[in-house]
Design a protein around this ligand. Sequence first.
Ligand code: NAP
Length: 259
Amino acid sequence: MGTRPFAVVTGASRGIGADYARALAAKGYDLLLVARDRSRLDRLAGEIRGAASVSVDVAVHDLSQPEAAHQLFVSARTLRPAADLLINNAGFGLYGPFAEQPMLRIQEMLRLHVNTIVESVRLFLPDMIERRSGAIINVASVAGFIPLAYMTEYAATKAFLIAFSQALAEEVRASDVRVQACCPGSTETDFHQTAGTHPRSPFGSQSSPDVVAASLRAIERGPTVVATHWSGTLMDRLGRWVPRGLLARSAAAWIKPPR
Ligand SMILES: NC(=O)c1ccc[n+]([C@@H]2O[C@H](COP(=O)([O-])OP(=O)(O)OC[C@H]3O[C@@H](n4cnc5c(N)ncnc54)[C@H](OP(=O)(O)O)[C@@H]3O)[C@@H](O)[C@H]2O)c1
C-alpha cells in the first residue's frame, strides 16, 4: 500500500482528464486512470510513469453502463482502501435539435453525466467523511449556468451537476471533505468534434492544462463552483441576473445550427 495520495480520474484517456492526470502526478498522486480506450490509457500511463515517481494504474470501464459506478469503485478498492480525490470528468456533448438526437446517445449521456456520477459519489463519499479528508471534483460546464438550446440535454445534465455539487458541499462542509463543480468554457479538446459543434465561442477557447490548473488551485480553499475562465464567471452572473427567458432566447439565436 502506497503512502502517496491516491486519485481516481474518469475520462482520463484524453483532453481535460488526461491533463488532470498529468497535473496530479506532478503533485505526487498515485493514479487510477479510467476510460474506454485502453491503448490511449496505457500510452498516457507510460508517459506519466516516465515523468513522475508515482504509480499509475488503468481500468477500462464504459461509465454509461448501469453497473459502472460499482465496477469503478471495485477497481479503485482493489488498488487502495481509500481514494483521496475522485474526479468525475468523463463526458461528451451532443449538438443539434433535441427531437433529432438518437435516443441511445441521450440515454448514454444521462447515465454517464448523472447516474454514474451520483452513484460513484455515493460509493466513495462515506469513507472520505469517515476519514474527515478527501475531495470530489465533478466536471460540469459553463453550459450548466444557462438554458442552452441545441445542447439542451447536455446543458441540463451540467446544471444538475452544479446543483448536486453545491448542495453536497454544504452537507459535508463540517467533515472537511471538499466538493467542486468545475465549469470550463470552450476548451481545446476532442469534445467539439464528438459533439458535432464548432468551437466558436465569442469569448475564445482555453487550453486543457489551464482548465485543470484553475480547478486544482481552487480545490483547497476556492469556491464550490469554479468557472475556470473569466467568460464563465460572466455567464454565471448573466444566468442569475438576466431573466431566464431572455437568456434562453439569446443563447438559442447564437447557437442555432445553420439549416
Ligand atoms: N472541451 C470543452 O469545451 C468542455 C467545456 C466544458 C466542459 N467540458 C467537460 O469536460 C469533460 C471532459 O471533456 P473533454 O473536453 O476532455 O473531451 P474529450 O477530449 O472528448 O474527452 C472525453 C473523455 O471522456 C471519456 N468518455 C466518454 N464517454 C465515456 C464513457 N462512456 N465511459 C468512460 N469514459 C468516457 C473519453 O474516453 P474514451 O473515449 O476513451 O472512453 C475521454 O477520455 C466532459 O465532462 C465535458 O463535458 C468540456
